[in-house]
Ligand binder design. Sequence first.
Ligand code: GLU
Length: 472
Amino acid sequence: MTSTSVRTRFAPSPTGFIHLGNIRSALYPWAFARHHGGQFVLRIEDTDTERSTQAAVDVILESMQWMGLHYDEGPIYQMQRMQRYREVLAQLLEAGHAYPCYMSTAELDALRERQMAAGLKPRYDGTWRPEPGKTLPAVPPGVQPVLRFRTPAHGSVSWPDRVKGQVSFDNAELDDLVIARPDGTPTYNFCVVVDDIDMRITHVIRGDDHVNNTPRQIHIFRALGSEAPVYAHLPTVLNEQGDKLSKRSGAKSVLQYRDEGYVADAMVNYLARLGWSHGDEELFSREQFVQWFDLEHLGRSAAQFDGEKLKWVNAQYLRAMEPQRLAQLLRPFLERLGLREQGVSLEAAAVLLRERASTLLEIAELCAMFYAEPAPDAQALEPLLSAPVREALRALAAALEGLPAWDAASVGAALKQVLGEHKLKMPQLAMPLRHLVTGRAQTPSVDAVLVLFARETVLQRVRAGIGAQGSA
Ligand code: GLU
C-alpha cells in the first residue's frame, strides 16, 4: 500500500439533522482516504451542549452506516477531550501565544458601538494584548478572564486551497480570537485545531462555510508548532430552487431517502457526482469511485440537487441488481405496506416490476398486485365483460388449464389462439384479465403477470369473475 499517511476526517456537529450536503462532506474525505489507503476518522463536535444531542449522534452514525461510510477511528467526542484542550490552552498561554482579557461584555458592547458609530468594522481593540513596553490596565477584581489568541498584527495568511486556489486573508482583518471562555471551556476553532493535530489529519475536506475559520485555524496550528493540513473547501449544495440546502429550505434527511427506498450505492453514486466528476461518467460503482476520486476534479461552483436525476440513478441500480438481493431489500418495504410474499415469487415479481419503478417503495407498492387479495373495480369491469368477451375468457380458462407448461410463452400462445378463435383484439381480453386476476387496470404484459401466479389461482379468479357476472 502506498502513502498510508493520508488521514481525513468527518467532523459533524450533532445538532439534529443530516442532509445530503452534510453526508457529502463525509463521502469525499472517506473516498480520499480509501483511495490513498489511508485512514478516515469520525469526530463528533459536540461542544455546543445546548444544541447537541445523543439522538443526533445516533442519526449521524446510522446515516454513515447505511451509506457504507465506515470509519477507521472514532467516533471521537470533543466533550471527552476537555482535559487535553485545557493542557494546550495552558501551553499557548505559557508560550505567549494567548493572553487573558478582562474586558467585560458591557465594555465590549460599548466598544462595538463606538466603532460602528465611527463607521468602523467592530473588532477587539487589543486592550489586554501584551506588547513590549506596554502597560496593561489593572486587573479588575473578581473577574474571570477569557483567553484570546494573539494573532500576528501584520502580514497575511494564505493557503493553496485544493478547490478554491490560493486564498489569502490580511491578518489585520482577524482580531484576537477568544479561545477559552471565562469558565475555561475552549471555543470551536481552537478545538478543531487541537483535534486535527492530535488526530494527525493530513487533508481537511469540508464545506466552504468554514473558509473564514481557516486563516484563524492556520495561525493556531503555527503557534502550536504544527503544519496546517491540506485544505479543500467544498462549494455548497443548492436545492432545486437554488437556495442553500438546509432543513429550513425543505431538505430531507439522509435516512428519509433510505426509508423512501433509495439504495445506498445509488446515493453514493449520485452524491459523488454532485460536486465531482470523472469525465462524463454518470454511473459507477463504489469501487470505481474510490479508485477515481481526487481533489483535482472537485467542482468549483455550487452544485444543485436534482431529485429527478437521483431517481434515475436509483432506478438504474435497481434494474441492475441481483434478483435475490433486490428481493431481500424489498421485504421490509412489503411488510411496511402490510404485504407478505406468498404464492408468487418475490424475486420474479420484483424483476418484472422494477422496470416501472424508481424506488424500492414504488416496487413494493406495485407488488400489491401479487400479494393483496384483488378487489376488481366492478364499475370498470362491467363494460369490459361483454358476452363475447366472457365467452372468450371461459375458453381461455379451459386452454390455460390444459397447458402442458405454465410459462409466459405458453400462456401467450394460448391467449393468441383464443383471440383468433373469438375474433377479439388483445386489449379486449387483457384488460378484464388484469382486473380479475390482479385487481388493477395497469400491469406489465399480461402473460408475464399471469405466469407468476399459481395456475389454480388464475383459473379460480377468472372463473369466479365471469361466473359471478354471468349469474347476475
Ligand atoms: N463541525 C463542523 C460542521 O459541522 C465541521 C468542522 C470542520 O469540518 O472543520 O460544520
